[in-house]
Design a protein. Structure first.
Length: 258
């Protein structure tokens, strides 16, 4: 067996899962299962929120150790599911090591949905959550505009790579500003609270909070603390952006606009 390729495969599987929003204990379990197919005495896989470490060592073989830093992370549970499938197929002997590595490489570069579909879902999410928050059909239209704004900011950021805290703050700022301006134009028929609440739903760190709890229950306290801190920072950035947007919008409405 090519132990170096095995380590590369385990590392790539863990990287895809961690980038896709998987829990750290699940990432470690997948890495260790893949490494244990080597039959060597020492196989270790450690996953933190931003780092993956892989180690292989046995008699007659040189130790292999990899450390990979994970930068940007998002939510892509489809990739997590695909990696789990490849891992099960490989560990059960139904897929060769070369095929497993090639399939993981394909998964790492694949896109399940086009940019248009992602943007459309963002707009629809803002609109439908506005209804759940007690908004009417005209509130949904404003929330859809906010959704388009969110899609535009995300598209622009693909080339700028702005810090996530700053990006969330700016996005929520403009969402609140646009909402309060439109409410001032069309009058009291619009529900400002429902519009803003529905518009920011796709930005909320729900997956990070869930993973923090799951990691905590598994005893991964360092990863749980890191994810909880990440969720808190995102929530704070959104709250600050909304507050600044409402304050600035109220100033404009009371001064320059009126």
């Amino acid at each position: 067996m090519d132990y170096k390729l095995l380590a590369d495969t385990a590392l790539l599987a863990g990287e895809i899962m961690l980038r896709g929003g998987a829990e750290t204990y699940r990432v470690e379990e997948t890495i260790c299962r893949i490494l244990q197919t080597s039959g060597l005495e020492k196989t270790e896989g450690i996953a933190l929120t931003t780092v993956i470490m892989v180690m292989l060592e046995g008699q007659g073989t040189e130790p292999i150790t990899y450390v990979k830093r994970i930068g940007e992370r998002s939510t892509n549970l489809g990739h997590v599911n695909d990696v789990n499938h490849v891992s099960r197929m490989f560990c059960s002997g139904k897929m060769s090591l070369d095929d497993a590595y090639k399939e993981l490489t394909r998964i790492s570069t694949s896109k399940q949905y086009s940019g248009f579909v992602m943007g459309l879902c963002t707009v629809l999410t803002a609109s439908f959550f506005t209804i759940l928050m007690g908004g009417a059909w005209n509130d949904c239209i404003v929330a859809a505009l906010n959704g388009m704004l969110l899609v535009g900011v995300t598209h622009i950021n693909n080339g700028l790579h702005i810090n996530r805290f700053v990006l969330q703050l700016l996005t929520s700022f403009f969402i609140a500003l646009l909402s309060i301006i439109l409410v001032s134009i069309f009058g009291s028929t619009l529900n400002l609270e429902a519009i803003i609440a529905g518009s920011i739903m796709s930005m909320l760190p729900g997956v990070a909070i869930t993973n923090a709890i799951r990691d905590l229950l598994q005893g991964d306290y360092m990863s749980a603390g890191a994810r909880a801190t990440e969720a808190f920072v995102i929530a704070v950035s959104i709250a600050v952006g909304i507050g600044l947007g409402l304050a600035f919008g109220s100033f404009l409405i009371g001064g320059a606009i009126l």
